[in-house]
Design a protein around this ligand. Structure first.
Ligand SMILES: O=P(O)(O)OC[C@H]1O[C@H](OP(=O)(O)OP(=O)(O)O)[C@H](O)[C@@H]1O
Ligand SMILES: O=c1[nH]c(=O)c2nc[nH]c2[nH]1
Length: 190
């Protein structure tokens, strides 16, 4: 997606060798107009899939998922990363290692909010090593629902998540695919 690539070049910053900082528009301060274009693009890609629910993971996926959901007219469910008294006892759970936080946590989704007949689109801001996406897939599998595909805003293709998911037969659509970050420059896949 050209608009997104241009924005990454303009406002993205490379931290170290493998972190792309895009917090001025994607995952801290949010550019709602850009999110709107991203939501439209996910709808275009999955228009014929009969999506019944969008699943994401807190925190950074939620905003994008909500804007996209307005185009699909379906609910958003987000996996929670912390236990809470206001979460149902009956949950699907999976363990996820966070690449940015460098720690593992259990993600949870109430059994009420995913049904066997759901056709699910997973949406997230980043795909790096694929741990978050695989945790969400695990939860969808436990519920017996169908994973129609994974919509990602920025995939770093030099990390192994995309390959792992695609070799498992999962459809992954990334709107920007970063193949390298060299000397502070972001290089995209063609
Ligand atoms: O492909 P992966 O290696 O799983 O990396 C991608 C995940 O990492 C980030 O989450 P993070 O743990 O930073 O949490 P946040 O959403 O709260 O920022 C991002 O939002 C994805 O969920
Ligand atoms: O802001 C972010 N930048 C990244 O490079 C990244 N990788 C996973 N999650 C991420 N979040």
């Amino acid at each position: 997606m050209k608009l997104l690539e241009e924005r990454i070049i303009k406002d993205g910053r490379v931290e170290g060798t493998d972190i792309l900082k895009v917090d001025s528009f994607l995952n801290h301060q949010i550019d709602v107009e850009l999110f709107n274009e991203i939501g439209k693009e996910f709808k275009r890609l999955y228009a014929d899939k009969g999506i019944t629910k969008i699943l994401t993971i807190e925190a950074s996926g939620i905003g994008i998922a909500c804007i996209a959901a307005q185009y699909f007219n379906v609910p958003v469910v987000f996996a929670k990363k912390t236990e809470s008294r206001n979460l149902d006892q009956e949950t699907y759970e999976s363990e996820v290692y966070s690449f940015t936080k460098q720690k593992s946590y259990i993600i949870r989704v109430s059994k009420r909010y995913i049904q066997e007949n759901d056709k699910i689109l997973v949406i997230d801001d980043f795909l790096a090593n694929g741990k978050a996406a695989l945790g969400l897939k695990d939860i969808i599998d436990q519920a017996g629902a169908t994973l129609e595909g994974i919509g990602i805003v920025i995939e770093k293709t030099f990390q192994k998540g995309g390959q792992l998911l695609r070799q498992d037969g999962i459809r992954v659509d990334s709107l920007a695919r970063v193949k390298a970050m060299e000397n502070g420059q972001v290089i995209f896949e063609n």
